[in-house]
Design a protein around this ligand. Structure first.
Ligand SMILES: [Zn+2]
Length: 95
């Protein structure tokens, strides 16, 4: 007897500040990746679908985004961490 099925995985990729399309607030949004994997005897073998979505933490609105968009958003976030607004202001500060 062969037991197979699918298993869903949810990855939180980033937390971004975006203006929400629903509530209009510049709120924190989580960027998530949802991967569905094919399992055989409960062992996940390969992904059958990968979906990306952002979710507003203010109103909970979820919006699906493409992989390209998700990658762009992630790149922005990495950028923001390395050179956050506070760091960016420092070179212009005079003692
Ligand atoms: Zn919202």
């Amino acid at each position: 007897m062969i037991i197979f099925g699918t298993k869903g995985y949810l990855y939180q990729l980033a937390i971004l500040t975006l203006v929400c399309g629903r509530c209009g607030n510049p709120a924190a949004h989580t960027l998530r990746k949802r991967v569905t994997k094919f399992t055989l005897f409960f062992v996940p073998l390969f992904p059958v679908s990968t979906k990306y979505a952002t979710q507003c933490t203010f109103c909970g609105a979820e919006q699906q985004v493409s992989r390209e968009q998700a990658e762009q958003l992630q790149a922005q976030e990495t950028d923001g961490q390395a050179y956050g607004p506070a760091d960016r202001q420092q070179p212009y500060r005079r003692p």
